[in-house]
Design a protein around this ligand. Structure first.
Ligand code: NAD
Length: 507
């Protein structure tokens, strides 16, 4: 893909009409309702999405349960499941550019980032395809001479995956890779703000040869479709990526049915720069943490902690980069900052800009909606840097989910750690230093599920990802992720010729 290559929205000039996938069939919502989805760059409606409700969720859950209990999926060998996942990976790679274009049109992420993501997502499915037939139980060395015991690692059943709008396909891969490798079936519900790419992606399951009902996709608004998804008795597990507030509601609802839950929630991640760091690299790392994807990433390094000896010069360098960032059409490969994905999020960010100013933070770049000609009718926010922020200000405590950086000063490592850990969240963190001892101590004492040293926003299917504290429960990615989709069965086979005293427990 060359830097000058231009892309166009998938349905330029026409309205795309999407359908849900239930039990292998593409269907409308039961009541025939749809909602419109705007392109955040043009602010024009480009597609309609079925407005599913609880009855549609129930249809999908029943299809997933039927596929799990009675379909060929349940009887398939793990190696055969792996083969299907590998085929799916190949189809995603084939369609990477098309799927990326749809996602960019739907949520405004940069094509340069999305094309990379879509080329990487197949690797998730290859990784978990390889794991499918290596999920072994164990033969237990029993202390009872006449007993042969072993364990089987079995799937849970129907899993519901609920995703956020910022990276629908990547977040779906986090869930489907390990969940399908383990033999579960799925009902996936993407966000109402970005459903199209998931519906398009679902078509590849059919082509890859997955039996009907193994993956179902329903769409709609959380409060209208979420209750059935999180409480239906046939749902074994809910795996959710989204905001802390919704995560809490989903956790409560799922708890009533004693369902398993994985929660990937928000953050207020510290990106910490010591004065011995390679400052050119640190500037790039801080930028990638807060302005990439216009700050709409769960791991956004939205709290910048800078050692006081370099604070003023470092923050001013960031201000320069922010002011010079190229904004505009996310399909244009030279664009560095695209639009905010949807109107409610745009409004929320503007509110936080006012809050920060009223709290006394000093705005050294941005601080307003973008009025640049190249932003057209899109919902843009100028990349913003606030200096002189204290860790008690709301701009330092609450997730903004936008291109807004709050820069805080610290004196030494102890103070940096105290500030960094003084947050209800614990998703990610960054450390910039050339001192190995300091890097190790920081990585040990930071309360976060991910610590990046001299890098930021790196992910891998091989490496566990998830939150400490209020940033979530459980881990996705890596070998550990698959454990959350399995349960262990112990099998006891007696080799004795008779049953001993039936009135006693066999200990
Ligand atoms: P959100 O919580 O508003 O919505 C997430 C999903 O939940 C959507 O699909 C929505 O329709 C659904 N939902 C809403 N109410 C529901 C209900 N009552 N029952 C069932 N489902 C319901 O989050 P968002 O605005 O889409 O995404 C942004 C948030 O996601 C940010 O907080 C961000 O940090 C977080 N996020 C976390 C990660 C991670 O891996 N930790 C990754 C991406 C985004």
């Amino acid at each position: 893909m060359s830097q000058t290559q231009q892309y166009t929205a998938p349905s330029a000039g026409t309205l795309a009409r999407y359908q849900m996938l239930i039990g292998g069939k593409r269907v409308d919502a039961s009541a025939g309702e749809v909602f419109e989805t705007p392109n955040p760059f043009t602010n024009e409606v480009w597609a309609t999405i079925p407005r599913g409700r609880n009855e549609d969720a129930i249809r999908a859950i029943e299809a997933a349960d039927e596929a799990f209990q009675n379909g060929p999926w349940g009887r398939m060998t793990a190696s055969a499941r792996g083969r299907l996942l590998r085929r799916l990976a190949e189809l995603i790679a084939r369609d990477a550019e098309r799927l990326a274009t749809i996602e960019v049109t739907d949520n405004g992420k940069l094509m340069s980032e999305m094309h990379g993501q879509l080329r990487y997502i197949p690797e998730y499915f290859h990784y978990y395809a390889g794991l499918a037939d290596k999920l072994q139980g164990a033969v237990i060395p029993s202390e009872k001479e006449d007993m042969f015991s072993f364990t089987r690692r079995e799937p849970l059943g129907v899993c519901v995956g609920i995703t956020a709008w910022n990276s629908p396909l990547l977040l779906a891969a986090y869930k489907l890779g390990p969940g399908l490798a383990a033999g579960n079936t799925f009902v996936l519900k993407p966000s109402e703000h970005a459903s199209a790419s998931t519906l398009e992606f679902a078509k590849l399951f059919e082509e890859a040869g997955f039996p009907p009902g193994v993956l179902n996709v329903v769409t709609g608004f959380g409060p209208e479709i979420g209750e059935a998804l999180t409480t239906h008795p046939k749902v074994a597990k809910v795996t959710f990526t989204g905001s802390e507030g919704t995560g809490q509601r989903i956790y409560e609802a799922a708890a009533r049915g004693l369902k398993r839950v994985t929660l990937e929630l928000g953050g207020k991640s510290p990106n910490i720069v010591f004065d011995d760091a390679n400052l050119d690299n640190a500037v790039n790392g801080v930028i990638s943490g807060i302005f990439a994807a216009a700050g709409q990433t769960c791991v956004a390094g939205s709290r910048l902690l800078v050692q006081d000896t370099i604070y003023d010069q470092f923050v001013e360098r960031l201000g320069e980069v922010a002011r010079g960032a190229r904004m505009g059409n996310p399909l244009d490969l030279s664009t560095q900052i695209g639009p905010i994905a949807n109107a409610p999020q745009h409004k929320k960010i503007l509110e936080y800009l006012d809050i920060a100013k009223s709290e006394g933070a000093r705005c050294i770049a941005g601080g307003a909606a973008a009025q640049r000609a190249e932003c057209g009718k899109g919902m843009f926010i100028e990349p913003t840097v606030f200096a002189d922020v204290s860790n008690q200000m709301r701009i330092a405590r609450e997730e903004v989910f936008g291109p807004v950086l709050a820069a805080i000063r610290f004196k030494d490592m102890d103070e940096a750690l105290a500030i960094a850990n003084d947050t209800p969240y614990g998703l990610a963190s960054g450390v910039w230093t050339q001192d190995i001892q300091r890097a190790l101590i920081m990585s040990q004492r930071l309360q976060a599920g991910t610590v990046w040293v001299n890098t930021y926003r790196a992910i891998s299917y091989t490496t566990p990802f998830g939150g400490y504290k209020r940033s979530g429960l459980g881990r996705e990615n890596g070998m550990e992720a698959v454990d959350a989709y399995l349960q262990t069965k112990s099998v006891w086979i007696s080799t004795a010729s008779e049953v001993p005293n039936p009135f006693m427990m066999r200990v």
